[in-house]
Design a protein around this ligand. Structure first.
Ligand code: FAD
Length: 502
């Protein structure tokens, strides 16, 4: 058996969105990067509904926005929900969010095989040594740190690569994460199972909602309806664990039974036929045990990114957002350590702190959102109520579900952010002039919808940023964490926050 040992700066395991993002941003700063992917792309993956933060923030940072446009993916302008006890579906549009108004007010519904292939090819074009059909077998480590990996190539030959860092972006089915010495803690709240397939000829929502994700609750759970192309639709049922017996046996019958319990999804599929061929869309798939977070996101020599670290739940499509954001954070930390700008413990504390913060905000938000069995005071009902009564709260809701709530410039369009800051500065100055002080409507904004502690903290930060604008402070990106670091101008590293005069 032929073996080869080599030495690089970073080995990335897995060529999904998390791995490709990290690898590209490392190579961009001159790191030598090998990315090992066990499949030959394009390969199937679930997770087709993207957020504007991924499309306009991260894809732009990667420099892949033209390829994304050229791919002709379905425009997703927002979401349509039939949820809780309210029988009337409601819509939100991303354009309501201050971060994603104007030309960035959409995301895409993507065939993941194509999307992931675009990102992986772009990584290769950016200087990453991409090796497909190369399956990582184990981490190589000594007493102090992970030092590399062993892998098997397409011909069955085993190799070892040593590296200063290993990024585990191998998704939720590999066990490389165990090299951190941490544990995988499964969510007590989200214990769902998904069964899903593809249909040709399904209907579309009218007008500008035609590319929206449609989510419809029914007795045992909820259904997603994602228009992928003019003809192709992804349809899945997410049901709670206690109903799992219903999908054992005939998967197709189970999916069709759940669809039969819906109103809107069933109507949309009246003239559709399920794809039932040997293409990647012909299979009915089941996924379970996908809601967890590891106790450690990094350890000496190894960093976890994307589903290798954590995932919450399909509702609101946060998986690719979290994976690509984590890829950016990991690349920043590793770049900074190599360049000697920040010491290792600080760099990785920033990585883990920001990553867990993003995860936690969504976790809390989505937990409340699942509380759909109540009527007037249910979370979702509150969201609808807020839509009618308080524009600012609805804007906040949309910012959150668009992935732009943390106001990281990398997750939004910098021009949009600058405009938003200018606008909010103007509004705050006008309000201050009117009231003779610095009052804001933040008190009213902190209603039940955003009453959870982590979400409240984020909203307070948002108001603090606005207040800084009014106070005449430079509109630089503030640290997100206490005593934390800030992204460098190009978004690829960390820097100490500048002391900005008031
Ligand atoms: P992956 O996309 O899983 O990529 C990991 C890669 O690593 C794979 O290509 C795999 O082949 C490779 N790999 C694995 N093991 C090895 C190894 N040993 N050696 C080398 N390579 C290896 N997210 C959304 O954003 N929107 C949605 O609408 C959405 N819907 C979802 C619905 C369901 C039912 C589920 C379960 C998830 C959904 N997600 C959604 C989540 C989304 O699928 C994931 O969060 C996302 O794919 C994570 O990306 P990743 O890069 O971390 O991992």
């Amino acid at each position: 058996m032929e073996t080869r040992t080599e030495n690089v700066d970073v080995v990335v395991v897995g060529g999904g969105p998390g791995g490709s993002t990290a690898a590209t941003l490392l190579a961009r700063r001159g790191r030598s990067v090998v990315l090992l992917e066990k499949e030959q792309f394009p390969r199937y993956q679930i997770g087709e509904s993207l957020l504007p933060s991924t499309v306009h923030g991260i894809c732009r940072l990667l420099g892949v926005e033209k390829e994304m446009e050229a791919a002709g993916f379905m425009y997703k302008r927002g979401g349509s929900f039939r949820w809780g006890t309210n029988p009337v579906p409601w819509n939100f549009l991303f354009s309501i969010s201050p971060e994603f108004s104007g030309p960035t007010s959409h995301a895409y519904q993507v065939e993941r095989a194509k999307f992931d292939d675009i990102l992986l090819k772009h990584a290769a074009a950016s200087g990453v040594d991409v090796r497909e059909r190369s399956e990582v077998i184990a981490a190589v480590r000594d007493e102090e740190a992970v030092r590399g990996v062993t892998y098997r190539d397409a011909d069955g030959n085993e190799h070892e690569i040593s590296a200063r860092y290993v990024i585990d972006a191998s998704g939720n089915r590999s066990s490389l994460w165990k090299a951190t010495g941490g544990e995988r803690q499964y969510s007590e709240h989200f214990k769902n199972v998904a069964v899903f397939g593809y249909f040709e000829g399904g209907g579309r929502l009218p007008g500008s909602n035609s590319g929206n994700i449609l989510c419809e609750a029914f007795g045992e759970g909820w259904l997603w309806y994602i228009p992928l192309t003019d003809g192709l639709t992804s349809v899945g049922a997410v049901i709670s664990r206690e109903h799992v017996a219903q999908i054992q046996g005939d998967r197709e019958a189970a999916l069709m039974r759940f669809i039969g319990k819906s109103s809107y999804v069933k109507d949309m599929l009246t003239t559709a036929t399920r794809v039932n061929d040997d293409s990647m869309y012909g299979e009915i798939r089941i996924r379970k045990d996908y809601s967890y977070a590891n106790t450690k996101f990094h350890a000496p020599g190894i960093v976890l990114v994307g589903d290798a670290a954590c995932f919450i739940d399909p509702v609101f499509s946060t998986g690719v957002h979290l994976a690509t954001y984590a890829g950016v954070l990991a690349a920043r930390s590793i770049n900074s350590v190599f360049e000697g700008n920040v010491d290792e413990s600080r760099a990785f504390a920033e990585f883990e702190g920001r990553y867990r913060r993003e995860y936690s905000v969504f976790y809390e938000f989505l937990s409340s959102f699942y509380n759909m069995e109540q009527a007037e005071d249910s979370y979702f009902w509150q969201a609808r109520k807020v839509t009618n009564l308080s524009e600012s709260s609805f804007e906040s809701f949309v910012s959150l579900v668009a992935g732009g709530f943390s106001h990281e410039r990398v997750l939004t369009d910098p021009n949009e952010v600058a405009e938003r800051f200018e606008q909010s500065t103007r509004q705050m100055a006008e309000a201050a002039e009117r009231t003779g002080g610095m009052e804001t409507d933040s008190g009213q904004r902190m209603n039940h919808l955003f009453g959870t502690p982590v979400v409240r903290e984020v909203m307070e930060e948002m108001n603090a940023i606005q207040a800084r604008g009014v106070a005449g402070e430079a509109l630089v990106e503030p640290p997100l964490l206490p005593d934390g670091l800030v992204p460098t101008e190009d978004g690829l590293g960390w820097a100490e926050p500048a002391v900005v005069p008031a």
